[in-house]
Design a protein around this ligand. Structure first.
Ligand SMILES: Cc1cc2nc3c(=O)[nH]c(=O)nc-3n(C[C@H](O)[C@H](O)[C@H](O)COP(=O)(O)OP(=O)(O)OC[C@H]3O[C@@H](n4cnc5c(N)ncnc54)[C@H](O)[C@@H]3O)c2cc1C
Ligand code: FES
Ligand code: FES
Length: 474
């Protein structure tokens, strides 16, 4: 395919195989080797570039997604070949570089963040770089450099076109070989026609799962159908009784939308724990649902919120409750030629307790070992009048335990009540052993997660929260 884009202020046009990754095109075709590949699976951030000013992991970006964009790599941040950007200089001055492998991705991520949030505090800065791993310097010095490298937003804006760079004028490369085709429909009608002609081609949305599977050779589809250019699949619209979320809405877009905070705090908290800022910007809610991982963070909240999925094909649309859509790990009720087009969330009544907690192996970039989403109605006497609870990562699909919900209704929400319910939870589930945790540990954590209800940010019962000692084994 022809791939015209602007990189560091220079127009380039390449002819590349459509399924190549942006990191390969930048490094191999354009010799922009400042962009590093560490993990190749979205976990280290070393490959971070800016696409139209937004951080993107170039190892999880199809090269075709660069067409018509403005790309900034680390080579484009410095004002000239002999000078450093103020933030780069701060990294040097503060000793924030040792082997230097993480530094390009770290500086790009930090530079974009500080341009937007020049007065951010240290905690916010740490969150901003939580998708960028450094294995030798230590984050203290990197945060020192970010504090030192603050400057007026204009000078920190890495999107400014770089003057002299590695190219002179327009650069044309035709170095590539043919790969698997990538189709890019611009409308649903184009999508139906392409799907009919290429029934084995795989849909790609954000690519944060799919490009990892391709790299690991877990799948080998004959072609890809990129949903990214179909605008109708994005966005959030509200009616009096429900909110409709387009399947291609990214986790970050959902988090930024006021309705998520107002009506669905349980979903908001879950999405804040998903991956890293980079993954939340790139991954979509639809992709998270269709992947149907027992550890998928959006799923337990969608179960307790009573979400429905809208499935569309050339033949029309149908709706299913989320629990009827997810059939097992990686298995859904999607029929051939169908896509997930939207998620419909009924507006819950005001005043409910919304709670989500995930236990992982670390704070960022952690798949859940076990998680619990809960939406409870509790009256003025602290008695639970309705309860919807869903556990993630403790079975092949999200687990709702009817006996626990039934036992909670009519009970006072306090530690004594919840402690009595722990054995019910542990007996109702049969979690598996895997690389993250043993089944036995998951069983123990799933029960203990109940007690964390008393510690929820959204718990409207401060007295109950005080009863929580925080000593449970997590
Ligand atoms: C480093 C890293 C960390 C991660 N951390 C987490 C985490 O903490 N929690 C978590 O839940 N997930 C996590 N993920 C997984 C992933 O980011 C999410 O599942 C994401 O939401 C997937 O969305 P996507 O748009 O990238 O999907 P893609 O990768 O584009 O697609 C995933 C699957 O869904 C299908 N698909 C996508 N959209 C549609 C649609 N509209 N209709 C039909 N089929 C569709 C694709 O064909 C593919 O089979 C992580 C991934 C990485 C790489
Ligand atoms: S190379 Fe590690 S995130 Fe891309
Ligand atoms: S400086 Fe070596 S990984 Fe960060």
């Amino acid at each position: 395919m022809k791939l015209p884009f602007v990189v560091n202020g220079h127009e380039v046009e390449l002819t590349v195989a459509a399924d190549r990754r942006a990191v390969d095109v930048l490094r191999e075709d354009l010799a922009l080797t400042g962009t590093k590949e560490g993990c190749g699976t979205g976990e280290c951030g070393a490959c971070t570039i800016l696409v139209d000013g937004e951080p993107r992991l170039s190892c999880l970006t199809l090269a075709g997604r660069l067409a018509g964009t403005q790309v900034t790599t680390i080579e484009g941040m410095a004002p000239g070949p002999e000078a450093l950007h103020p933030l780069q200089q701060a990294f040097v001055d503060k000793g924030a570089v040792q082997c230097g492998f993480c530094t390009p991705g770290m500086v790009i991520t930090a530079g974009e963040f500080l341009a937007r949030r020049p007065r951010a505090d240290r905690q916010e800065m740490a969150e901003a770089i939580s998708g960028n791993l450094c294995r030798c310097t230590g984050y203290g010095k990197i945060l020192d450099a970010m504090e030192e490298g603050r400057a007026p937003a204009a000078t920190l804006n890495p999107c400014l076109p770089a003057p002299a760079g590695p190219f002179a004028g327009t650069f044309v490369s035709t170095s590539s070989v043919a790969g698997r085709p990538v189709y890019s429909p611009k409308s649903l009608s184009e999508l139906w026609a392409i799907s009919a002609e290429n029934p084995k081609a795989q849909l790609i949305a954000g690519g944060t799962d799919l490009l990892v599977w391709l790299r690991n050779r877990r799948i080998d589809p004959p072609g890809l159908i990129d949903l990214g250019n179909i605008d109708g699949l994005r966005g959030i619209s509200e009616s009096s009784d429900a909110v409709r979320v387009g399947a291609l809405t990214s986790h970050a877009q959902l988090l930024d939308h006021p309705c998520t905070n107002e009506f669905f705090p349980v979903l908001r908290k879950a999405l804040l724990s998903l991956g890293s800022p980079h993954i939340r910007r790139m991954g979509t809610i639809g992709g998270n649902i269709v992947t149907a991982s027992p550890a998928g963070d959006s799923l337990p909240p969608l179960y307790v919120l009573g979400a429905e999925v809208e499935l569309s094909s050339a033949a029309g649309s149908r709706r299913l409750p989320i629990a009827g859509f997810i059939l097992g790990p990686g298995t859904t009720a999607l029929a051939a030629g169908e896509i997930l087009s939207a998620i419909i969330l009924p507006r819950p009544p005001a005043g409910l307790v919304h709670h989500y907690e995930k236990v992982g192996l670390r704070n960022a970039l952690a798949c859940s070992v076990a998680s619990l989403a809960a939406v409870l109605e509790v009256n003025a006497d602290s008695v639970v009048t309705s309860a919807r609870m869903a556990w993630g990562s403790v079975g092949p699909t999200v687990e709702r335990i009817a006996a626990v919900e039934a036992a909670l209704i009519g009970s006072t929400l306090n530690r004594e009540t919840l402690e009595k319910l722990i054995p019910l939870v542990r007996n109702a589930i049969a979690p598996i052993d895997d690389v993250r945790a043993s089944g036995e540990y998951r069983r123990m954590v799933a029960g203990n997660l109940l007690l964390r209800l008393l510690h929820s940010d959204w718990c409207c019962f401060p007295d109950a929260a005080q009863e929580f000692s925080g000593e449970e084994d997590r």
